[in-house]
Design a binder for this molecule. Sequence first.
Ligand SMILES: Cc1cc2nc3c(=O)[nH]c(=O)nc-3n(C[C@H](O)[C@H](O)[C@H](O)COP(=O)(O)OP(=O)(O)OC[C@H]3O[C@@H](n4cnc5c(N)ncnc54)[C@H](O)[C@@H]3O)c2cc1C
Length: 438
Amino acid sequence: MRPVIIGSGMGGLTIGLILKKNNLNPIIFEKNNHYGGSFWSYKVKRYQVDTGLHMLTRGSTGELPVLMKKYISKNIFKGNFVDQKAYEFHLRNKHDNLPGNLKEILNFRILEKEDRKAFVKMLLHFLRITRKGTNFKGSTYDHVKKYIKSKDMLYFLNSLSWMCNGCSIKEGSLSRFVDMFIRQRELSLGYIMKHLSRTRGFEEDWYPKGGLKKVPELFVNQGLDVKTKSKVSKIVIKNNEVKGVKIGNKVYKTDLVIHDGLVKDLKKMTNNKIKIKTPKYDEYKAITIWLGFKKKVANWKRVSKLRIQESLDAPHWGAFVTDFDRSLAPKNHQLFGMSSILHKNKREMIKEMKQSIEILIPEYEKYLDMEHIQIVRAEKTLQKKNNNIFTLPEQKTNIKGLYIVGTDTKGWGNGGTLCADSANRCWNFIRKDYKYKK
Ligand SMILES: Cc1cc2nc3c(=O)[nH]c(=O)nc-3n(C[C@H](O)[C@H](O)[C@H](O)COP(=O)(O)OP(=O)(O)OC[C@H]3O[C@@H](n4cnc5c(N)ncnc54)[C@H](O)[C@@H]3O)c2cc1C
């Protein structure tokens, strides 16, 4: 029988690709009329916009790129992705690139000298606690407050918290914050030395040529069988074993199901047979202002810019996606996106984000050709201090043949990286349970 994957987000597609390359020909059922979940793009006028401003993070070491290199092509980045040069952070009248090594941290113009030293001490503290295997209880702020001696340091660290956790430093989980700087499984002395002496930013971010939807396309082009407009309403279980899935009136027989929808939906889909700790769901939406310009209004040279707020509010992150792929807008036009987390009144957020755009691109309104406001779910759930990698559910469930993947399951990283990590974990369980060879 063919394994069934419910949902074709990056969680479903990554486990789908692993199964396919291990000769287990899966079938993927997707309720929407397109695959990719949040990794998707669509047309607005003659512009192609993405589902939020997106970059593929951790080009060399992240789980998603590593998985693509292993199963699609070693040279996947060549011709398919374009690198982002830097994140330029702005705070009042100060701006500088996000530092990627010790020298850059010690010269980082957003922070005063004492704060830069405290930043290095904080990173050393992270190295110590990850080596000791701390339980990461409490918020990021609880752990780093002793390094915060000025408001600018607080605002800077808070903006990093929003970037990785989707919430403020006082709410966000420490595990993800630490993971942003230090990869758990690479904590060798060699790695640390390499990390501290690197010349590029601490993250290598890449944009897919062809827009965000290019990423799921690369997966599906490997021969993945995705049936769109196919909502799975029930998972058929007998004697605690998976027997099939129900789509409309039909039952598709299978003994292996991997679910990439919301974990909380599983209670209903299994008639309460699943015994799983449901994650705490927080409403977590991203707001993006997409702007099309009828002429070239700025040359950011593949640098994206982030405005830090002088409060605990979310920063505003903007980039010209046409810097990475000119074909996303009509000839000689530019396509710009600015994203943030929707954490207050929508009108107020739009007003504030537009003020940021005006500062970064003066008189931008003169050249406007298209404006599109987009509000989407960013991840399935936020990782907060009490809802993090240590409390999210494992990929294996109590029902034989039922597994889960995606961003409300256990794993390191966020977004696409977390999806791929959850798929790797899921495959490890399946391999053991079914005694598949590597
Ligand atoms: C503004 C914004 C910026 C982001 N930036 C980044 C970034 O820079 N880098 C990054 O890596 N990530 C980023 N992300 C996050 C990333 O897009 C998501 O975390 C990730 O795509 C989620 O994948 P998923 O598979 O967990 O869930 P989803 O994408 O939600 O996929 C789940 C799929 O399952 C389907 N489904 C659910 N229930 C059923 C059912 N019963 N039957 C059939 N199908 C079903 C859904 O239709 C959906 O297609 C960003 C997100 C946003 C919104």
